[in-house]
Design a protein around this ligand. Structure first.
Ligand code: NAD
Length: 313
């Protein structure tokens, strides 16, 4: 039983994390509302698929969650068929990004019901989840953390203890994602201007990546998913809007002015209002491509699109 792990939400991040645990010899008890997410696990040795979080809680000493939004966490933890509806009381470790308010609310409700709870959001994307190189930020009871740290090291090379207050790890994760979201839109702006000035995108990235403007977008997202034209980095655009909004909410709760984040959240909001919410987050660059009338591709010299003023014909 000790080597059995529950996993609820086996999507883009949860799927590869669960696969790493299985490869490491843990038995898995999984639950996802999407059959397509469960399909790769069906029939695999050591995997049991359940119909509700309650059933998962009844079968495992620890349950990991990787869920999209705060409302999903509420439903999975506290809903009619949720974890708290079980008679058993496993430890719950939430790997999702749900923000500080939700983490506190669920930690209090599950704590009152007798569950141990850690919030443990991750960073490093789908490739980090596949390779087991995620950063895992954990807050909650230090004894619980010490007990479950070995399990978390299977999914994350860098496991950090942030503090004893539930939600502190969420605050840290939101600070990270505000920077990551800012880096991507700022890089889109800079690359669109460089392309419009006639600089081939591949040359611009080579220069940026050995210069002071380098960041996670110039080093990873643009080379892998923008200049290739694939736009498939592995994170839904609407989930990045969720993260920067949660950052804004936290800053407001703490009374901290957020001049940059206010601008950044609006760019992501425009992305969603322009119909890009269900696309990969790198599709945000396509807004800038449209506005500048350029395409930022490796094959391009500075490619002008049909919309480029003054370049037609
Ligand atoms: P995803 O949408 O691919 O995966 C979420 C999974 O949860 C889906 O398979 C979905 O069907 C499932 N789900 C939804 N409601 C459910 C319910 N009620 N019960 C059970 N399962 C349910 O999203 P993701 O990209 O894997 O992100 C998961 C979390 O990790 C999010 O909070 C996200 O912000 C965070 N995150 C994502 C990345 C990334 O690069 N994708 C990186 C770090 C953190």
């Amino acid at each position: 039983m000790a080597d059995r792990v529950g996993f609820i939400g086996v999507g883009r991040m949860g799927g590869p994390m669960a696969r790493r645990l299985l490869a490491r010899g843990y038995e898995l008890v999984i639950r996802d509302v999407d059959d397509a997410a469960v399909l790769p696990f069906k029939g695999q040795a050591g995997v049991m698929v359940c119909g509700s979080p309650r059933e998962v809680a009844a079968r495992t000493p620890v349950v990991l969650l990787s869920l999209p939004v705060p409302a999903t966490l509420d439903e999975v933890a506290l809903g009619a068929e949720g974890l708290a509806a079980a008679a058993e009381r496993p430890v719950v470790i939430d790997l999702s990004t749900v923000g500080v308010r939700a983490a506190r609310r669920v930690a209090a409700a599950l704590g009152a019901a007798g569950f141990g709870y850690l919030d443990a959001p991750v960073s490093g994307g789908v490739s980090g989840a596949e390779k087991g190189t995620l950063a895992v930020m954990v807050s909650g009871d230090p004894t619980l953390f010490a007990t479950w740290k070995p399990l978390l090291t299977v999914i994350g090379k860098n496991v950090f203890y942030v503090g004893a207050e539930p939600g502190q790890a969420q605050a840290m994760k939101l600070a990270n994602n505000m920077l990551s979201a800012t880096a991507l839109v700022a890089t889109a702006e800079a690359m669109a201007v460089a392309a419009k000035a006639g600089i081939p995108p591949a040359v611009a990235l080579d220069i940026l990546n050995v210069s002071s403007g380098r960041n996670s977008a110039t080093q990873e997202k643009f080379p892998r998913a923008v200049v290739t034209g694939t736009f498939d980095f592995g994170f839904l655009l609407k989930l990045m809007l969720k993260d920067v909004k949660l950052f804004e909410e936290l800053a407001e709760d703490l009374g901290v002015p957020t001049i940059v984040a206010a601008a950044v959240v609006n760019v992501w909001r425009i992305g969603v209002t322009q119909g890009l919410g269900a696309r990969d987050l790198t599709a945000i660059v396509q807004l800038y491509e449209r506005w500048a009338g350029v395409q930022i591709r490796a094959s391009a010299s500075a490619t002008a699109t049909d919309e480029t003023p003054g370049r037609e014909g």
